[in-house]
Each structure stands twice: as C-alpha cells, then as structure tokens.
Design a protein around this ligand. Structure first.
Ligand code: LMR
Length: 350
C-alpha cells in the first residue's frame, strides 16, 4: 500500500514537472516531435528529444537496455539526439503507455508483448503454454518474416516495431503452497497481465486470473488480493516479491518479452538520417539487452537459491508433461485466434 502510494505520488510529480517544463520551454515538445528546430538565436539546431518510457526498474533488462540505447544513440548522433529514459511507470503505467505513444507524449515504449492483446489477439502467442522450445527459438520467431508479419498487424493502429527485447521464461510465485503439479493450482487466484489466453491458462488449472497493472502487483500480493503471480525471474527479483511471497516454482511455461515500439506518425516525421541512427542504435542495444536478460535471469535464480528466502521448486520434464496435458485444450481454443500458421511456425523452431 505504502509502496504503491509513493509510486503514485512520484508519478504525479514527474508528470507535473514534465508538463511544466514543456509549457515553460514553449515549443520543446514540437522540437521533440518534428526532428529538431533551429534555435531562435544563433541558428543552432535544438537536439531531437526522444522520450523512452517503460515500467521496469532501471536495473531490469529493459531498464539497462533503455540506458544502453541512450548511451549509443547520444554518442552516435554527436549530441544531435537526446534520449530521456523514464523507468518504473514514472510517466505512464502499462495501461496507458500505448495511448501515450500514439498521442506523441512519448516516443518509444517497451511493453510486455501480452499487452498488445488489446490491439491484436495474435500477440498472445507468447503466452501459449510450452510453445517455444528455447530462448533461441523465441528470438528466431520474432526476427523472422513471420514475426514481421505479426507486427504488420498493428501498423494500422499507428505502431512501428524497432526490435524485440528479452525478458525470459515465466515462473510462478504464491503464498499458499508449493506448486509442483496442475492439481496444486486449484482454487488459487493469480495476477495476470491481460488477455483471454492467460485467463484460460489458470482456468484449465482450476485457478483464476485477475488483471492487475504491473505497478500494483506488489501491494496486491502483500494485501492478499491475489495468492500469486507469474513473471520472469528478474522481475521477481527487482520487484522484491520475495518480501511478500513464500513459494517459487521455476516453470518456464511461457515467455515474458518486450517489443520496442514507436509511433508511425512520429517516425515518419524524422529525417532519413535520424531514422538510420535510431534504428542502428536500437539494433546494437538489442544485442546487449538480449545478452543481459539471460545473465540477469540466471543471476536472480542463483541468488534466490543461495538466499533461501523462497521455498523453490523447479519443474522437471515429467512435471511439465502433466502441465502440457492439462493445458492442451488451449491449442484448439486459441489456434484460430492467434493464427495456426504462427503457432506451427513457432513450434517448428529449435
Ligand atoms: C507485466 O505487467 O507483468 C509486465 O509489463 C512486466 C514487465 O516486465 O514489463
């Protein structure tokens, strides 16, 4: 509760300061969207300001990825582009950031793939149980023509994808009992990000899912509004869920990863030179982010094992088979929603 209130106050203050500085600068917002203005005196071009908003902490993979992108792009542009990174839902939470991007209030966001469900249900492919055989398979999918086809589905909504960053395989935490088999989920309530696929996943396990914004999950767990949640390992670490949860099950039943999105409106107003610099910086930051996402996930799990604060269970292949069986009906249910050809292609990748 306390943590949530502090976050809310911080968000309000940040938004007010930002609104004030935009008004006070009289036109800096225009500069940030039009690709740089000639300053009134001296004829020097004002830098293009790129606002990058995300919900992760600065030390999460996407937090570090965003900071790396800033470092690379500001260096590459020789000061002609300035990147402002707003982490931890400071400006916009995960329910608002897509609309803020389309309205031009920020220029790059990095939501979880699942959050795109409100624009197209196909993005729930990341939540299909045990679909991607490995992390490599996941990246191959998004870097392929099929991945591009998927992103083309949200271009009419005004989005342009600049890349896909990694989070990791999801795990469960809860406060009631160790989760080792589908039966252990009976009657429990879990926080979910969004969408019918995650709702169905918990329903098929005899549990239920409640949609809660990321910034409110800690207090929902603390207050017992929900019994547990699922997310990737480094989020469990950086959000400090160990303070409010007893049991951790390393499951890797689905993925939590991030498209890096900009708005087509803003992008189309940039010069070809700016577009090239931004895309090149993004490609370099993507290589870095995917590498540290893996390192951070492994590091967080090792830390949990060493600390012993969670009671940990790691699903074996035999356990996973039981979950595969329990969740099999989801493939008939959601194949047509997501697109069978996408599911088949994802499954074919090693
Ligand atoms: C979530 O809502 O769980 C995700 O948005 C978390 C994340 O890492 O972005």
């Amino acid at each position: 509760m306390k943590k949530n209130m502090i976050k809310k106050i911080f968000a309000t203050v940040s938004a007010t300061v930002l609104a004030f500085s935009l008004t006070a600068c009289g036109g800096s917002e225009e500069a940030s969207t039009s690709g740089g203005n000639q300053a009134a005196s001296g004829g020097e071009a004002a830098p293009l300001v790129v606002k990058f908003s995300h919900v992760g902490t600065p030390d999460s993979p996407k937090g570090q990825g965003a900071d790396k992108f800033k470092e690379i792009l500001e260096g590459k542009s020789g000061g002609k582009i300035k990147v402002e990174v707003y982490p931890s839902s400071q400006l916009y939470g995960d329910n608002e950031e897509q609309e803020a991007l389309l309205a031009g209030n920020v220029h790059i966001i990095n939501p979880s793939m699942t959050k795109l469900v409100k624009f197209n249900p196909a993005f729930q492919i990341v939540d299909m149980p045990f679909l991607f055989k490995s992390e490599e398979a996941f990246y191959k999918f998004w870097d392929s023509e099929k991945g591009k086809e998927m992103f083309a589905k949200i271009e009419p909504n005004g989005f342009k994808a600049l890349g896909v960053w990694g989070g990791g395989g999801k795990s469960f935490t809860n406060n009631t009992r160790p989760l080792k088999s589908p039966e252990d989920f009976k009657g429990l309530k879990f926080r979910i990000q969004a969408g019918k696929v995650l709702e169905a996943q918990f329903k098929h396990l005899g549990a239920s899912g409640v949609t809660i914004p990321y910034s409110e999950v800690y207090s929902a767990l603390q207050q017992g509004t929900v019994d547990g949640q699922e997310t990737m390992m480094n989020n469990i670490d950086t959000q400090k869920y160990v303070e409010v949860q007893k049991y951790l099950t390393k499951a890797e039943h689905g993925r939590l990863d991030y498209p890096v999105l900009t708005s087509k409106d803003w992008w189309d107003k940039l010069t070809p030179d700016q577009q090239t610099m931004i895309q090149e910086a993004m490609d370099e930051a993507t290589v870095f982010e995917r590498k540290i996402a893996k390192e951070l996930a492994d590091g967080s799990f090792k830390k949990f094992q060493e600390e012993g604060r969670f009671e940990i269970y790691e699903l074996t292949e035999a356990d996973k088979d039981k979950f595969r069986e329990a969740l099999k009906p989801m493939y008939d249910e959601f194949g047509p929603v997501i697109g069978q050809e996408f599911i088949d292609y994802a499954r074919s990748l090693e």
